[in-house]
Design a protein around this ligand. Structure first.
Ligand code: FES
Length: 142
């Protein structure tokens, strides 16, 4: 069996939503200290909807595929759905990732959470700290 699914290869070779969003109102960046990979998510949020999303990922193929799939999964969706997106759901949507590559999908979940947190902070909106505990504390890029 191939190590990577066709979906992973497709999103790696033809990543969706790549680049910078100039008018983003929520930006989240995370990194994995072990592998050194970095992912940045740009969100344009209006009326509690993710109107647009872009990503920049300096990392492995699985991280690129995860970012691409994750952006597709939240584009046009209510903010609460974007917030609820798990790395497991991203990996499942990619028809799976090898066990040692699951952390790549975690970057996507955390980058999106950080971008939403950034949006809440910019707007001065109240947020549930517990929801963002991981995103805020653990994966700062230095
Ligand atoms: Fe670290 Fe993929 S190897 S994000």
């Amino acid at each position: 069996m191939a190590l990577y699914s066709e979906k992973v290869m497709d999103h790696f070779r033809n990543p969706r939503n790549v680049g910078i969003l100039e008018d983003a109102n929520g930006i989240g960046e995370v990194g994995n200290a072990k592998c050194g990979d970095i992912m940045k998510i740009y969100l344009k949020i209006e009326d509690d909807i993710v109107k647009d999303v872009r990503f920049e990922t300096f990392g492995c193929g699985s991280a690129i595929a995860s970012s691409s799939m994750a952006t597709e999964m939240i584009k046009g969706k209510p903010l609460k759905d974007a917030l609820a997106l798990t790395n497991k759901a991203v990996a499942e949507a990619l028809d799976g990732l090898p066990a040692h590559k699951m952390h790549c999908s975690v970057l996507a979940e955390e980058a999106i959470k950080r971008a939403i947190l950034d949006y809440y902070k910019r707007k001065g909106l109240p947020y549930d700290e517990e929801t963002f505990r991981e995103a805020e504390c653990c994966h700062e890029t230095e």
